[in-house]
Design a protein around this ligand. Structure first.
Ligand SMILES: [Zn+2]
Length: 115
C-alpha cells in the first residue's frame, strides 16, 4: 500500500484496477461513480451495505483541513478581509468536493483492506 496507489484511486488488492469509473474531472461538481468490484481481481469494494457511511468522517476531516489551510493562507498570510477569506474557503471547498469524495472513499477502502 502506498500513497501513490491511493492518489491514483487504485484497488488496494491488485493496485491495477480503478475504484472509480472515471479518473477525470477531479474538480467538477458531481458525485463520481464507483465500480462495485475491481475489474482486474474482482475484489468487492463495498465490504458490507452502508460501508461508505464511515467515509463521510474522512471527508469531513479532509474538508476541515482544507478549510483551515485556505483560511490561514488568505487571512493571515495574504491578509485579506474576513469576507474574502470566507469566499475563497467556500470556493475551494466546492471545487475540491469531487476530489474529497474520491479521496475519502479510497482512504476508507484502504483503512479496512485486508488480504
Ligand atoms: Zn483489484
Amino acid at each position: 500500500m502506498s500513497l501513490l496507489d491511493i492518489l491514483k484511486f487504485k484497488c488496494p488488492n491488485c493496485k491495477e484496477g480503478a475504484i472509480f469509473e472515471s479518473n477525470q474531472q477531479l474538480f467538477a461538481l458531481h458525485i463520481p461513480k464507483m465500480h462495485t468490484r475491481c475489474k482486474k481481481c474482482n475484489r468487492k469494494f463495498e465490504i458490507e451495505s452502508g460501508f461508505f457511511i464511515g467515509a463521510m468522517y474522512v471527508s469531513y476531516g479532509l474538508t476541515v483541513a482544507e478549510f483551515l489551510a485556505v483560511f490561514i493562507l488568505c487571512y493571515f498570510v495574504f491578509q485579506t478581509s474576513l469576507l474574502t477569506a470566507f469566499l475563497f474557503v467556500v470556493g475551494v471547498i466546492l471545487l475540491t468536493s469531487t476530489l474529497n469524495f474520491k479521496l475519502a472513499r479510497t482512504l476508507w477502502i484502504y483503512m479496512f483492506y485486508s488480504k
